[in-house]
Design a protein around this ligand. Structure first.
Ligand SMILES: NC(=O)c1ccc[n+]([C@@H]2O[C@H](COP(=O)([O-])OP(=O)(O)OC[C@H]3O[C@@H](n4cnc5c(N)ncnc54)[C@H](OP(=O)(O)O)[C@@H]3O)[C@@H](O)[C@H]2O)c1
Length: 320
């Protein structure tokens, strides 16, 4: 370090490598400072905001609700099971949220009319939403040959059309207000093809395409988008999956260390505050998805080799 500063003073005496080193140091310092300033400036952006979270009764949606309630947001949670919603509401109130700060609306996001009605009811009650977080989703894993067509339809209906319905229903309120923010929880399975996830990957790839197109269109109406690519994290969804998943899928998805839903929620909140379009929680996931984008064939080769070691296939593998 001392040598760097000496070189700065003794202008022109350093060699090319010293100059490069200094440039890197400066670049890293400016980037860290900028990132810190960005986080500071967005620090209070959730206070008093109306935030709708689909899938808010469990896993990631619930973890986001807990964190956003602590930041002073007014929450509306949507999911199908009214009992789970009521119990999460009680937990949030127990955690210090005020009675008026948490509403719940039982609603199936795959039903476009029900979604439209829910958004009208919640806007009538608490005013237009400021942020919509689409976390509702399902995951069915298994050999393609054992996946009935209904599994594909149900997965698309919830993960893709469910999100689309919520965006369509919130849009008129955002347009009237002149701004809005939408966070779509996608998955690493929306970036790559994963053994056993034929229906899930299809739905999350479709969601990624939709989000990209809407970002490009609606940016000009002051509506911002974020898309989140988590790898596997701890949640009731994964607990259920672990009961019956194929060995091949377990091997491939086990490459990235599992985060908690809370850690994923923290990174999402940071990403929103920094106004990042793409949010990839977890350093290991960022490295692997970054490598995948530069060398897509390397990812396929590694996953093929992993699967080959344990392959049973639909004939010998576990039936659902
Ligand atoms: N867990 C992971 O490893 C992982 C990894 C990457 C991405 N993701 C994505 O992260 C999101 C959250 O996953 P999670 O692990 O937190 O799952 P989770 O614990 O199973 O929670 C899913 C939530 O979605 C709700 N939901 C499901 N179907 C719905 C429907 N038709 N209408 C309304 N709400 C519905 C559920 O409540 P009800 O059942 O009561 O409706 C629940 O609140 C999902 O989009 C998932 O694809 C998860």
């Amino acid at each position: 370090m001392n040598r760097c500063f000496t070189l700065l003073i003794e202008d022109g005496k350093g060699d090319g490598r010293d100059g490069f080193f200094l440039f890197c140091l400066l670049y890293i310092s400016v980037t860290l400072l900028y990132s810190w300033l960005e986080t500071k400036s967005g620090g209070n952006m959730f206070d008093g905001k109306n935030i709708v979270i689909t899938g808010g009764s469990s896993g990631l949606g619930k973890a986001l609700a807990e964190r956003l309630a602590a930041k002073g947001a007014r929450l509306t949670l949507i999911a199908r099971d009214p009992k789970k919603l009521a119990s999460v509401r009680q937990e949030l109130l127990g955690g210090g949220a005020s009675d008026a700060a948490v509403d719940v609306f039982p609603c199936d996001v795959s039903d476009s009319r029900a979604v439209e009605k829910a958004f009208k009811a919640l806007a009538d009650k608490t005013g237009a939403p400021d942020i919509l977080i689409n976390s509702a989703g399902i995951l069915r894993e298994g050999y393609f040959e054992y996946q009935p067509i209904d599994t594909f339809r149900e997965t698309m209906d919830i993960n893709f059309f469910g999100t689309l319905h919520c965006i369509q229903s919130v849009l008129p309120y955002f347009k009237e207000k002149g701004d809005g923010r939408i966070v779509n929880i996608c998955s690493v399975a929306g970036l790559i093809g994963v053994f056993g996830y034929s229906a899930y990957c299809a739905s999350k790839h479709a969601l990624r395409g939709l989000t990209g197109a809407l970002r490009a269109e609606l940016k000009h109406q002051n509506i911002a988008f974020h898309i989140v690519y988590p790898a596997e994290f701890e949640s009731p969804m994964v607990e259920a999956l672990n009961v019956s998943r194929t060995k091949e899928n377990k091997t491939v998805t086990g490459t990235i260390p599992i985060l908690s839903a809370e850690a994923v929620a923290d990174e999402i909140i940071k990403g929103i505050m920094k106004n990042r379009y793409e949010i990839t929680p977890g350093i290991a996931t960022r490295i692997l998805t970054g490598l995948e984008r530069v060398f897509p064939s390397a990812g396929r080769i590694v996953s093929d080799l992993q699967v080959r070691r344990v392959y049973k296939g639909p004939e010998k593998g576990k039936r659902p």
